[in-house]
Design a protein around this ligand. Structure first.
Ligand SMILES: [Zn+2]
Length: 113
């Protein structure tokens, strides 16, 4: 079989940690944020201020406060695009070799991202 099953395919992440991204679908559509963590295995990533979920925490030890803590939930990488400050929107990227290094550029304006 030439076509691999979806779960066997290696997911290539188009974004890295500290990238500026914008969410293009889902509840957080249009929200911009910085990538704080990536999980290539799951094809998911965590973005600052995106998909914030509240967790109820019980005090485990005496004197430890319980309560509600807010934490970022993971979103699928396919739901985000890299944000181009020049185009002021989410864009597709292209790879280009600049000075022997692989750089990512905006597919629209050519700005290095
Ligand atoms: Zn651009």
């Amino acid at each position: 079989m030439a076509i691999k099953k979806l779960e066997e395919r290696v997911k290539v992440m188009h974004v890295k940690r500290d990238d500026n991204v914008i969410v293009v679908s889902g509840d957080d559509k249009g929200v911009r944020g910085k990538v704080v963590a990536v999980s290539p295995k799951e094809g998911k990533l965590m973005i600052e201020g995106v998909n914030v979920v509240s967790k109820h925490v019980k005090p485990r030890r005496r004197g430890e406060p319980g309560g509600i803590i807010k934490t970022e939930g993971a979103v699928y990488a396919s739901k985000v695009q890299l944000y181009c400050g020049k185009c002021e929107k989410g864009v597709r990227i292209r790879h280009k070799i600049i000075d022997g290094k692989k750089a990512r550029i905006c597919a629209k304006c050519g700005e290095e991202l």
